[in-house]
Design a protein around this ligand. Structure first.
Ligand SMILES: CC(C)(COP(=O)(O)OP(=O)(O)OC[C@H]1O[C@@H](n2cnc3c(N)ncnc32)[C@H](O)[C@@H]1OP(=O)(O)O)[C@@H](O)C(=O)NCCC(=O)NCCS
Length: 175
C-alpha cells in the first residue's frame, strides 16, 4: 500500500458537521507564532519570502479547518506584498481570521508581523487573503457552515469581503 493511503486508512472518519449552524469570525480566529532561525533566512539574515508564505498557508488553513470541520485545500492566495523585512531572531506572528464564506469556499484574511524580542519593535511584514475549499471524502467540494456576524465589526468585514468577491468574480469571468 502507498504510504499516504496507509496513513489515510488509519484515520477515523471526520464527525458529521451541521452545515446549517453558522459560526462567527471569533469562533475560528487564530494566531501562529514562530522564532526565525538560521535555516529560515539568507546569508544577510533576511527571512526568505517563501518561508513566510508557507507559514501563512499553514496558519490560515487552521482557520478554514476550524470553521468548516473539514479537510481543505488552498484554492487562491491573493496578491502578497512584503512591506518590511523580517530577520533571524525575530518572532513572526501570523494573525488569521475568516473574512467570507461561500457555499464550499472560505476566504481567510492574514496579517504578518515581525517582533524583535530584545527591543520590542514590531513591524508589519505582509498581509494577504487566502481562499480554501472544503473537500468531502471523495475529494469533491462540500458545503461548509455559513459565516455569521457576532457584532457590527464582524458584519463590516463580511460585507466588505462579499463586495470584493463579487468584483473578483466579475474580473475572472471577463478573462
Ligand atoms: C480548489 C478546487 C477543489 C476547486 O475545484 P472546482 O471543481 O473548481 O470546484 P467548483 O467549481 O465547484 O468551486 C468550488 C468553490 O471553490 C471556489 N473556487 C474554485 N477555484 C477558486 C479559485 N481559484 N479562487 C477562489 N475560489 C475558487 C468556487 O468559487 C466555489 O466557491 P463556492 O462553493 O463558495 O461558491 C480544485 O481546483 C483543486 O483541487 N485545486 C487544487 C488545490 C490544491 O492542490 N491546492 C494546493 C495544495 S492544498
Amino acid at each position: 500500500m502507498h504510504p499516504i493511503e496507509k496513513i489515510k486508512s488509519k484515520r477515523k472518519p471526520h464527525p458529521e458537521i451541521d452545515v446549517s449552524q453558522g459560526r462567527t469570525i471569533a469562533y475560528s480566529r487564530s494566531t501562529t507564532r514562530r522564532l526565525m532561525e538560521m535555516l529560515d533566512a539568507n546569508a544577510h539574515g533576511n527571512v526568505h519570502g517563501g518561508v513566510i508564505m508557507r507559514m501563512v498557508d499553514e496558519a490560515a488553513a487552521i482557520v478554514a479547518v476550524k470553521h468548516s470541520g473539514k479537510s481543505v485545500v488552498t484554492a487562491r492566495i491573493e496578491r502578497f506584498d512584503f512591506i518590511a523585512p523580517a530577520y533571524i531572531g525575530n518572532v513572526i506572528s501570523i494573525y488569521c481570521s475568516m473574512n467570507y464564506v461561500g457555499r464550499t469556499s472560505m476566504e481567510v484574511g492574514v496579517d504578518v508581523q515581525a517582533e524583535d524580542l530584545y527591543t520590542g519593535e514590531i513591524r508589519r511584514v505582509a498581509s494577504s487573503r487566502v481562499t480554501y475549499v472544503a473537500l468531502d471524502a471523495n475529494g469533491k467540494p462540500t458545503p461548509v457552515p455559513p459565516l455569521i456576524a457576532g457584532n457590527e465589526e464582524e458584519q463590516k468585514i463580511i460585507d466588505e469581503a462579499r463586495q470584493r468577491r463579487l468584483q473578483t468574480q466579475n474580473e475572472d469571468s471577463r478573462k
